[in-house]
Design a binder for this molecule. Structure first.
Ligand code: ADP
Ligand code: MG
Length: 614
């Protein structure tokens, strides 16, 4: 499906049929769905036994009509009549208990499968490379984890329903054939006709199901985007316009939901018609038999009831079949992510990286975001010494962010290699590599945890260590002014932090992480100069004793560094100290005049930018 981008890594999974090979693909999907239920075998077997009991009892209900009419009414036996209602109630009880147990067992297995699949999807999705997220829409992923998985849950109960209704059907068939075999034969002649609507509507519903899953995902995508962009929407008063976009998705949802209802109902009606055909035949020919005294009225009535009951399972069979089709439509979307050979988790090595960085080396590193795009990093070779403070300057779009994002392997070089401690970074496990690198950027994301847990994020450290990190980040004081202090939830209503405060919290987080390699990607560029001064001091504390790469837009930061790299169009065009570069590098001199000039006022942020910056 075109909705999903593939990740770049080569295929490594076992062979699975492609959607083009429809038959094999359907069988594969179906088996894949059923395989999810395997761990719940015991429950399912119990459920099936209960189902058999329920099916038997269902047949029994029809069977007791015969003695009622033939024996009790003819002989006017009131004692026996007394038993009959009791038997009826007993049978109903057995049937009810059977159904209850069956449904509990089946539904609980279904819900367990739902849980497992959601976990599996989550695990797979979070392990996909960042590039995957840039290409796909978050809402679509949410919809797959929540909506599509829920449909797969139906696949097994529906299969069981098919089995159960088939069982019931055979029991009832046995009864009608036992009673009047030739009449039964006549009546069931109509049955095969039922399979045409069965197949026809099944296909139709699968198609509708597929469409409606996609529409559901589209609606989630739009909603997700609207809610994340709500500030921009309000600022530009485009509520109505965006609302129309959402409304369009809702209308499509309605359209497919209604089509589904219509198809389901038409399928029911078609089934009933086939049933009516059978009953019509029986009414005439059976009636003749009664008139000719070949059979008693009781046998006839019992037969008609059994036959009437027989068409009910046929109808339910078609409903269950439709559910299976719906589940398959969703299964395509779920297993596409779980099993597709084109959607791969991040590759990683096995070596654990030791928590000290001896040096970083770029060897002829080239990187392009896509196969068709120009390289954002173009053949860079560079050594960074342990403890060195490196400043990276260059015009916007030069590739500075891309350059630093290669270090924690958010992206991998298209060509060349990055080495740390003498090994290619691809040889290390991702967790150990990333543990050694702290990134602070403008994007100061906080989780809705307490401030304490946000600072200690991902690490098991004491309250004292958290406070220490907060102090070094100049965050301790404003945290203490909050009524709940460190226990304050970051997203709590009424508690809003300024950009500078948030940035200091993320710096505290980076300090607490205590990684030897530090990357600062314009960490202060979204701040006003007042908070910038404090954040700058916090950053100084953070950089102390670490190897750091700083993408800078401030002269003070640049001056404090050991070496300055000038980047342009994916290349390092010059390097040296401030004084050296000022004399030798025209681009640096220009950047200096534009960005780092003395007495410069920070450019006032435009309306769009200030929306984003928050
Ligand atoms: N996620 C991305 N997908 C595709 N292209 C990107 C992505 N991020 C950046 N680029 C492109 O790569 C180039 C370098 O961008 P970037 O590293 O962000 O520059 P800088 O940080 O120096 O402003 C630019 O041409 C930009 O358009
Ligand atoms: Mg950048």
């Amino acid at each position: 499906m075109s909705e999903l981008p593939a990740t770049a890594s080569p295929a490594k999974r076992k062979e699975i049929p492609t959607p083009d090979d429809k038959r094999r693909y359907n069988i594969y999907l179906y088996k894949r769905c059923l395989a999810c239920f395997k761990p719940y075998k015991k429950r399912i077997v119990l459920g099936m036994i209960a189902m058999g009991v329920a099916a038997g009892a269902e047949g029994g209900t029809a069977y007791i009509i015969k003695p009622l009419i033939d024996y009790i009414f003819v002989n006017k036996d009131t004692t026996a009549l007394l038993f009959l209602p009791l038997i009826f109630i007993a049978i109903t009880l057995i049937k009810g208990a059977g159904r209850l147990v069956q449904n509990y067992m089946m539904q609980s297995s279904g819900l367990k499968v739902l849980e497992t699949l959601r976990d599996e999807l989550y695990t797979k999705i979070v392990k996909l490379p960042l590039s995957y997220y840039e290409k796909s829409q978050i809402g679509m992923l949410i919809s797959r984890i929540l909506n599509d998985v829920a449909q797969i849950r139906d696949s097994f109960p529906a299969t069981v329903m098919v089995v159960r209704q088939l069982l019931t059907m055979f029991v009832l068939l046995g009864i009608v054939f036992y009673q009047i075999w030739d009449l039964a034969l006549l009546a069931t002649l109509a049955l095969p006709a039922a399979f045409f609507p069965f197949i026809y509507y099944g296909r139709k519903l699968r198609k509708i199901g597929r469409k409606s899953r996609q529409v559901a995902a589209d609606a989630t995508v739009v909603l997700q985007e609207i809610l994340s962009g709500i500030r921009v929407i309000k600022a530009f008063s485009t509520e109505k316009q965006e609302g129309e976009r959402f409304d369009r998705e809702n209308k499509r949802t309605y359209k497919f939901a209604i089509r589904r209802v219509l198809a389901q109902e038409s399928s029911s009606v078609a089934m009933e018609l086939v049933g009516a055909l059978g009953v019509a035949i029986v009414l005439y020919f059976g009636g003749m038999k009664v008139v000719d005294n070949e059979i008693t009225v009781g046998t006839f009535m019992s037969f008609v009831v059994a036959l009437g009951l027989l068409y009910d399972p046929v109808k339910k069979l078609s409903v269950a079949y439709n559910d299976i089709q719906g589940a398959l439509a969703s299964a395509e979307r779920v297993f596409e992510i779980l099993d597709s050979p084109d959607i791969n988790e991040e590759d990683e090595g096995r070596t654990t990286m030791e928590p000290a960085i001896d040096g970083v080396e770029f060897r002829n590193v080239t990187f392009a975001y896509g196969p068709d795009s120009a390289p954002a990093i173009n053949n860079i070779s560079l050594r960074i010494r342990r403890g060195e403070r490196l400043a990276l300057v260059g015009p916007s779009g030069a590739g500075k962010s891309t350059f630093v994002n290669l270090l924690p392997r958010f992206y991998d070089p298209t060509d060349g290699a990055i080495r740390m401690n003498g090994r290619d970074t691809r040889e290390y496990t991702l967790a150990s590599l990333r543990k050694n690198i702290s990134v602070v950027s403008q994007d100061n994301f906080l989780f809705n945890y307490s401030l304490r847990d946000n600072i200690a994020y991902g690490r098991d450290i004491s309250d004292e260590a958290v406070r220490e990190a907060a102090r070094a980040a100049y965050a301790h004081d404003f945290i203490m002014e909050l009524p709940a202090g460190y226990a304050t939830l970051a997203g709590e209503r009424g508690v809003k932090f300024s950009g500078g405060q948030k940035q200091r919290l993320t710096i505290a987080r980076a300090i607490a992480k205590n990684a030897p390699l530090l990357i600062l990607d314009e960490a202060t560029s979204a701040l006003d100069s007042e908070s910038e001064k404090i954040v700058q001091k916090a950053l100084e504390n953070l950089m102390r004793g670490r190897t750091s790469i700083v993408i800078a837009h401030r002269l003070s930061t640049v001056l404090a560094s050991d070496r300055i790299l000038v980047m342009d169009q994916g290349r390092i065009t010059a390097q040296g100290t401030h004084a050296e570069l000022l004399g030798s590098c025209a681009l640096y001199a220009k950047l200096y005049a534009m960005q780092f000039g003395e007495n410069q006022c920070k450019e006032p942020a435009g309306p769009g930018q200030s929306e984003e910056a928050r």
